[in-house]
Design a protein around this ligand. Structure first.
Ligand SMILES: [Zn+2]
Length: 228
């Protein structure tokens, strides 16, 4: 599976280099990829897929970034049905907010905790995150996009604290601080807090270094991210 993933990366890179003519072949490649999935991964897990057709009972929720380079099921080598995944720009969790609006992350969180009763929630950040870059850009008076800027505004308190400390690598420091901010926002949801207090739910943070494929797990006692 990892080999096929790497092949996909190479194919995507070639597509970008060769331009429009090659891009026309992108969808046929997707369809060919689906057929390959049917012949390999699907067949390998056919019984599991059959069972999953009746429902899911994942024990882990992952909140990850939409970034194509940080794929939770690849990183954790998970089988179908194992991870309940929500992905968005910069793997952010908004604070508990009942003031109206459309709350996609909150809805998924509510379902995972109150219906699926997941036992773990993992906030998965990653290096060179575009959402984090957008947050740092906003601090320089250059907000990005119509929807991106207000969304990554969730990082403002963490970003301002990081910039105040004048780190040598604000991008990485904010990626890590953003994971912590999401963990703090998770606990602002009453159903999350009560599940955590009851010992039924544990919250985790980790950060993926794409180039070397290394995962750094947050130590709850020290708050440090350690390569595992
Ligand atoms: Zn990202």
């Amino acid at each position: 599976m990892r080999l096929s993933f790497l092949c996909c990366i190479r194919r995507a890179t070639v597509s970008l280099q060769l331009g429009e003519e090659t891009r026309l072949h992108t969808i046929p490649k997707l369809i060919a990829g689906y057929r390959a999935f049917r012949e390999t991964a699907y067949n390998q897990h056919a019984k599991l897929y059959e069972q999953l057709g009746d429902g899911q009972s994942p024990e882990v929720m992952v909140i990850g970034c939409a970034d194509s380079r940080a794929e939770p099921s690849e990183i954790f080598n998970a089988v179908p049905g194992e991870l309940f995944v929500v992905r968005n720009v910069a793997n952010l969790v908004p604070p508990f907010d009942e003031s109206g609006g459309l709350h996609g992350v909150s809805a998924a969180l509510e379902f995972a905790v109150t219906s699926l009763r997941v036992k773990h929630i993992v906030v998965l950040g990653h290096c060179s995150c575009g959402g984090v870059k957008a947050s740092l850009s906003a601090a320089e008076g250059k907000p990005v996009g119509r929807f991106i800027a207000p969304w990554v505004g969730l990082l403002d308190p963490a970003r301002d604290a990081v910039l105040e400390s004048e780190p040598s690598d604000p991008q990485t420091q904010l990626e890590l601080a953003g994971i912590v901010a999401s963990l703090q926002n998770l606990i602002s949801f009453p159903f999350v807090k009560s599940a955590v207090d009851a010992g039924d739910l544990i919250l985790h943070g980790c950060w993926f270094d794409i180039a070397d494929g290394a995962l750094h797990w947050r130590d709850k006692k020290t708050g440090n991210f350690q390569k595992i």
